[in-house]
Design a protein around this ligand. Structure first.
Ligand SMILES: [Fe+2]
Length: 409
């Protein structure tokens, strides 16, 4: 995120004395990416940000992954997935590889654990619900349709105002807008489908009064981090509350972008998925297919051609639209489809004819394309619809019925 922001109380010159009204020095912390060679922010803490008094193992939920073998397209029904209520600790892994994991949780209304993902940036899509995300940078409001971007190692917790369905895309890397959307200095260009006005970041600081340096109180932070053996968790106990930042400035901070503020790009003939891109991480991209006018060539075929993305696995999460009209379809709201590399996919022939003359698509979906194969997490394995793989042929080893295929995928 290359857009400079300043919130709260910062000194006029960096790395100089900055004191509270009683004359005590604040503790300056630099959060920076790629060593000291990329975006960073400077935060001014009341307490010492490194003062821990304990560290214990946090046993993460089942992180196991099962290869997609034998190779099949998959349909996972997330609305059948039951989870605990904590927005962080009760996430269930649906799909993943060594670059990104997709997890899902249906929250209650209690605040989540305090959390720091030291593995990578998170992009949490809010399928339903609203509330706030409290962070060391301040508070973000969230609502349905938001992408909540939380940079690696940002202390935060989710505070749902109502039960919320959260689709967590957890990167092992950083997330940012596609480089082709950006000027060489980082401004979003005119052809980008969203701009700086659409990004919402904290506008004020969040300072928790208890657990200050004058009033020590042990505060536990759940930290997800890396080892040579994979992703693990630790519970670090701090002498003071991490939400003690009186001011910060820089180009690294959490923010939200809502799909209603994403302006779809349309064409005279079918536009390929890259025009629908939102973010990119290392070895994967995030796109969204949103309600829009469709192709206006007189002989246009609005649904996609069959495509074999030989280098990618493609994950669609169906979040809006009139799926009730698709009686007999395996795909519905809350569904995930996984179309793996090595297998061509596209619409059923009947869907092609049915689309001719269409002027508008109502459906909404969030897509993740990965360059490395995805494996099934335990949550994905729990809610798989085994009939989906045979939907194009109309029959499989069990002679099952054929569900339809989403028009945009
Ligand atoms: Fe596709």
């Amino acid at each position: 995120m290359a857009h400079y922001r300043q919130v709260g109380d910062v000194p006029p010159k960096r790395h100089t004395q900055h004191r509270d009204p009683d004359g005590n020095l604040y503790h300056e912390e630099l959060m920076g990416e790629e060593g000291f060679s990329s975006d960073s922010s400077l935060l001014y803490h009341r307490g010492v940000p490194s003062a821990i008094v304990d560290s214990q193992v946090w046993e993460l939920p089942d992180q196991s992954r099962t290869p997609n073998h034998p190779l099949k397209p998959r349909h996972l029904k997330l609305h059948d997935l039951e989870t605990g209520p904590d927005a962080v600790t009760d996430r269930r892994v649906v799909l993943g590889n060594n670059d990104v994991r997709i997890a899902y949780v249906v929250t209650g209304t209690d605040p989540s654990a305090l959390y720091r993902n030291a593995v990578g940036d998170e992009c949490v899509f809010v399928e339903a619900g609203s509330g706030t995300v409290e962070t060391v940078f301040g508070v973000l409001a969230y609502r349905a349709g938001d992408y909540v971007i939380v940079p690696r190692a940002t202390d935060h917790r989710w505070v749902p105002a109502e039960p919320s369905r959260l689709y967590a895309i957890e990167a092992n890397s950083h997330l940012h807008p596609p480089k082709r959307y950006l000027s060489r200095f980082g401004q979003l260009l005119e052809h980008a489908p969203y701009c700086e006005r659409d990004l919402y970041a904290p506008t004020g600081t969040l300072v928790v009064s208890t657990g200050s340096i004058d009033d020590p109180a042990d505060v536990e932070v759940h930290v997800k981090h890396r080892t040579s053996g994979g992703i693990v968790g630790s519970r670090l106990t701090y002498a003071t509350h991490p939400f003690d930042v009186v001011g910060w400035d820089g180009c690294l901070y959490p923010y939200t972008l809502n799909i209603e503020d994403y302006m779809p790009i349309t064409g005279k003939i079918h536009q390929p998925p890259p025009v629908h891109q939102v973010f990119e991480g290392w070895n994967f991209v995030v796109c969204n297919f949103l309600p829009r006018k469709v192709d206006y060539h007189p002989l246009a075929i609005p649904v996609p051609y069959y495509h074999s993305n030989v280098d990618s696995d493609e994950v669609m999460f169906y979040v809006g639209g009139d799926y009730e009209a698709r009686k007999g379809s395996g795909i519905g709201l809350g569904s995930i489809s996984l179309h793996p590399g090595g297998h061509a996919h596209g619409p059923q022939p009947a869907a092609i004819e049915a689309s001719l003359g269409a002027e508008y698509f109502e459906e909404s979906a969030v897509m993740v394309d990965t360059f490395a194969p995805l494996e099934l997490g335990e949550g994905g394995r729990a809610v798989e619809d085994p009939a989906y793989a045979w939907s194009w042929a109309g029959r499989g080893p069990d002679e099952g019925d054929s569900p339809a295929v989403f028009s945009n995928s």
